[in-house]
Design a protein. Sequence first.
Length: 410
Amino acid sequence: MNTPIPAELLSVGTELLRGEIVDTNAAFIASQLPLLGFELQRLTTAGDNLDYLSDVLKQAMGRATLVIASGGLGPTQDDLTREAIAAAIGEKVAVDPELERNLRGMFTRMGREMPPHNLKQATLIPSATALPNPRGTAPGWWVEKNGKVIVTLPGPPREMTPMWQNEVVPRLKTRFPTLPILARTVKTFLIAEASVAERLQPFFAVDNPTLGIYAKPDGIQARLIASGNDAARLIDESEAKLRELLAPYVWGKDDDTLEGVVGGWLVKHKLTLATIEDVSGGLLASTISGSPQSPGYYHAGVIAPNDHAKVAWGVSPDLIKQHGAVSAPVAEAMASAVRDRLAADIGVSVTGIAGPSAKPPGVVFIGVADSSGVKSWQQQYQAGRADTRERAAISALFRLRERLIELELA
């Protein structure tokens, strides 16, 4: 097996400490480091204070071989990551003529004059190499000093992610070559995290591959990481065992999405889909239409947040009066109505309660109507509007997947 290389991650920005911005960069980088042979030993969030940042960097370099700093590369006075690195390793920041020309050229192409403060984004120290940032004005840094590597990345994820993938990862692979490392994520739904852990208990006694279990909005995920010359064989064999232990809850792996999986089946069989939802407030339609293949099968999505809208789309007012808007019969009627009105092969509905009501909050009914009939399911979630809405939309896709399997359309 590989011996993991110690790494530390520094997230820079007072706005992170105040909770004004969620630190998604740290989660992304932390998930990528094991695949490159690194063990993240510490994650620090620090405000915009030069002395403190410099001290944190010195300590991190004393412990880790790789230090990654995200954020603090902007043009304002409180963007201090460059200055902190310079202070930590005893070097001075100076404007690099080539970086300055590139930066001024960028502003010229945008038809704007470069503000004087942006000049600090064209600076380097002797031990630093600039990392191109085609999506922003702040280059990253690759710094090598005394056998240690410091990497700086911009804070905005739309700039950070491409720089990481295109500039940092290739350099890390060259600078720190390792034996092959492979990862495989198996995705499940409708099974509790504790149940997944219990079923996969034998994996925790194995060093290679390692196993991690994570709760995500689309279900519980099991992530395998294998290393060494046998990594490919180990990952394939382990995945097969894992799927066997978790059947029938597995719905996908790695980059699969529920909307992508279901949409692929619909396209394959030339079927069309329409949706109608209330409690999920359009999240189901938004999720489906976010898939690149959705224009090929998705007719439309309807938001029906009250009885009036449901009746207007074809649900019987007597049915609502008899059973209530949040009920299996109404969910089935909604699915059938939207299927008929929008001339789709399949109709999917979501109706439920996210807040205070005569019925328990978090109760959701999902309906699926197709040429073979109509079917409904009841789900119960913890109280909370945002959580119920998100889970209802995901559950609707999962139940549609279940129905397509039942109809042998997978």
